[in-house]
Ligand binder design. Structure first.
Ligand code: IPE
Ligand code: MG
Length: 222
């Protein structure tokens, strides 16, 4: 979900308002994706590198995440959305952490859209932690090095149990992955649109899906 601040800059309004509009865009998209009956949606809300932004912006974003989550939890739960947060959650502010845990518990048995929110997420950190976890199990004698396979690695990531994403949509036009789901996206189709996140609506999502279904996916084969 990229481009909130550029959107605000273009409109000559406060950048924080760009983030507020970004939230609206997310709510609209979650509803749309739910109505389409898709099973999984993962959104990149805050990367482990985003802490480098100004204190003001970071604390605004943390406050915004907590507020929006608290406000939206009921509607999400009613719509059977199952929420999961992926990232280094232990490093999040304690209040937000509580709200996050509550949201995951409340929706844990829901059977609708599985919505994953990447927050304080970094793919290399995720992989590093997974390797450490696996190494500890080997050291304890629970596993042999030969037992380590792709399935075990996938199961040791934050995203365990989630199929690899089929399509990545990046708004805001940057042509990079920005440390996002690097292992999981080995064969993901990439779609980059210049549309800034606050402007990204259902019609843009449908355009991305239409292009995706027309692509030939070969997974390295013929
Ligand atoms: C994405 O928009 C939202 C977050 C990273 C929280 P940006 O804040 O990166 O906005 P731009 O890319 O600077 O316009
Ligand atoms: Mg950005």
């Amino acid at each position: 979900m990229d481009g909130n601040r550029r959107w605000a800059d273009q409109k000559k309004i406060l950048r924080l308002q760009g983030h507020q509009e970004g939230v609206k865009s997310l709510k609209r998209l979650v509803r749309h994706v739910g109505a389409l009956g898709l099973d999984y949606l993962t959104v990149y809300a805050f990367s482990s590198e985003n802490w480098q932004r100004s204190n003001d912006e970071v604390s605004y974003l943390m406050e915004l995440f907590g507020r929006v989550l608290a406000e939206e939890l009921r509607e999400l739960a009613e719509n059977k959305v199952r929420l999961r947060f992926i990232g280094a959650l232990d490093k999040m502010p304690a209040n937000l952490r509580k709200t996050i845990d509550k949201a995951m518990e409340t929706t844990a048995h829901n059977t609708g859209l599985k919505l994953q929110v990447a927050i304080n997420y970094g793919s290399r950190l995720e992989l590093t932690q997974a390797m450490r976890k696996i190494a500890e199990r080997v050291a304890r004698g629970e596993l042999k090095p030969d037992d380590i396979d792709e399935g075990l690695i996938s199961d040791s990531l934050y995203t365990c149990g989630m199929p690899d994403p089929e399509l990545l949509i990046r708004t805001g036009g940057e042509m990079r992955l920005s440390n996002y789901l690097l292992w999981q996206q080995a064969y993901t189709e990439l779609y980059v649109t210049p549309v800034l996140w606050p402007d990204f609506g259902p019609e843009h999502f449908d355009q991305a899906i239409n292009e995706f279904v027309g692509r030939q996916r070969r997974w390295g084969g013929d």
